[in-house]
Design a protein around this ligand. Structure first.
Ligand SMILES: Nc1ncnc2c1ncn2[C@@H]1O[C@H](COP(=O)(O)OP(=O)(O)O)[C@@H](O)[C@H]1O
Ligand SMILES: [Mg+2]
Length: 396
């Protein structure tokens, strides 16, 4: 339906009727006039000027009600966002490690401090063209303007300069089953280049990206960009997650539940303090081992259970690896201890030149596929048990 005299478009009518998207003052009055001269002042909420909300949380996931640990990580991020005013912050780590939930916590803290003019939570899927993302962000920043279709980058930068905005770009799965992981990875690189470029521009806002892969070459923009690797939860926090699941009251409460602190700690270590893995495995223990962690660990002391969700994450992370990267992973998986840099140089895969090793190790580390530790003047590499199990089963 289009009213010619009042020139109300069908889109505007839909917005008016369904009230799901903002509508300009002028259009709102036109629609009221058309409907038998409704008095718009009676309908409009005068206490709510047609301003976009300051904290736009709509697309953020619900906060985890039983959130444990992460004090130090939160402190670090708060300092970078609120005090040191970095323009781009990369929060990276293995899938399920808790990046999204930590970003939610950070958003809550930032809201309390009231130092930002605007806050926006945006899911980021790399299959979305960059211009579509920018136009969505611009729309959310100023919903009363017409849809912006040109000079998107320039307009976006103007907004970042005009007001202090915190934008959390929360990575959606890097690749879903059936998607082309290489083309996803290309668009990921493209997004990262854009964000890196943006951080070089003088502006007062901050973009925080959660991601499973730390982007390359952040060193070139180190004055404006920080990266934080989110590692596993500490043992206490991990144990609390397991305890919550085991004692949760559902249709099948475990019988004779006994708390085995020692076994619980071993379990948390075995799953690298990954809260998603711990929740899933604790669910299995509850259902199939009467909530007894010790029994589960004893049955699985040679092999271990890799939950499906973690397996999917590992598949997507390893799909696009080159043969040398796969070879190094397989080598590390077959050796049960940590392996020193020197040992890796002595056992290079056939055809691989030693000069490639630092790059291969860097790329595996930035995907959280290997753990690197320094001891004295030596550097050692190893795999977390879930990765080792996956590599031995799927890649060797
Ligand atoms: N600190 C925490 N305490 C308790 N549960 C957590 C914590 N961090 C994450 N979780 C839970 O672990 C699961 C994975 O967390 P999420 O933030 O989605 O991980 P990521 O974004 O790294 O993939 C979710 O169920 C989440 O609620
Ligand atoms: Mg996430």
């Amino acid at each position: 339906m289009v009213d010619s005299e009042l020139s109300i478009s069908e889109k505007t009518w839909r917005r008016f009727v369904y009230a799901d998207r903002p509508i300009t003052d002028e259009n709102f009055k036109k629609c009221c006039k058309f409907l038998d001269d409704l008095n718009w002042e009676e309908i409009a909420d005068s206490s709510q000027p047609s301003q976009p909300s300051k904290y736009d949380w709509n697309s953020a996931p619900s906060p985890e009600p039983d959130f444990y640990g992460r004090d130090e990580d939160l402190k670090t991020l708060e300092k970078w966002v609120l005090d040191e005013r970095y323009r781009l912050i990369i929060l990276y780590g293995f899938g399920g490690i808790g990046k999204t939930q930590l970003a939610v916590k950070l958003g809550e803290q930032v809201e309390k401090e009231n130092k930002f003019d605007r806050f926006i939570w945006q899911k980021l899927s790399y299959t979305t063209p960059k211009d579509v993302l920018l136009s969505e962000l611009l729309y959310r920043l100023s919903p009363n303007t017409d849809q912006i279709t040109s000079d998107l980058e320039k307009r976006f930068l103007e907004e970042l300069k005009r007001q202090r905005i915190l934008i959390i770009l929360d990575e959606h799965e890097l690749s879903q089953k059936g998607e082309d992981s290489n083309s996803n990875r290309d668009s990921y690189k493209y997004y990262c280049d854009f964000l890196r470029q943006l951080s070089l521009e003088r502006h007062k806002s901050c973009i925080l990206l959660t991601t499973r892969e730390k982007p390359n070459n952040l060193e070139t923009v180190a004055s404006f960009v920080k990266a934080h690797e989110l590692k596993g939860l500490d043992v206490d926090a991990g144990c609390k997650i397991v305890a919550d699941i085991l004692s949760s009251d559902d249709n099948e409460p475990p019988k004779n539940l006994t708390s085995d602190e020692k076994a619980r700690k071993v379990l948390v270590g075995r799953y690298g303090g990954n809260p998603l893995a711990l929740k899933l495995v604790a669910g299995l223990i509850k259902k199939q081992f009467h909530g007894n962690e010790g029994k589960f660990l004893n049955r699985n002391d040679i092999s271990m259970v890799v939950p499906d969700e973690i397996e999917t994450i590992l598949t997507s992370l390893t799909e696009a690896l080159d043969p040398f990267e796969k070879n190094i992973l397989c080598y590390l998986a077959k050796v049960s201890d940590s392996v020193s840099n020197d040992e890796l140089y002595e056992n290079l895969p056939t055809g691989m030149h030693g000069s490639k090793l630092p790059i291969v190790l860097r790329d595996l580390t930035r995907r959280s596929l290997i753990i690197t530790v320094s001891e004295g003047n030596k550097v050692f590499h190893t795999l977390q048990p879930m990765v080792r199990k996956f590599v031995l089963r799927q890649l060797t």
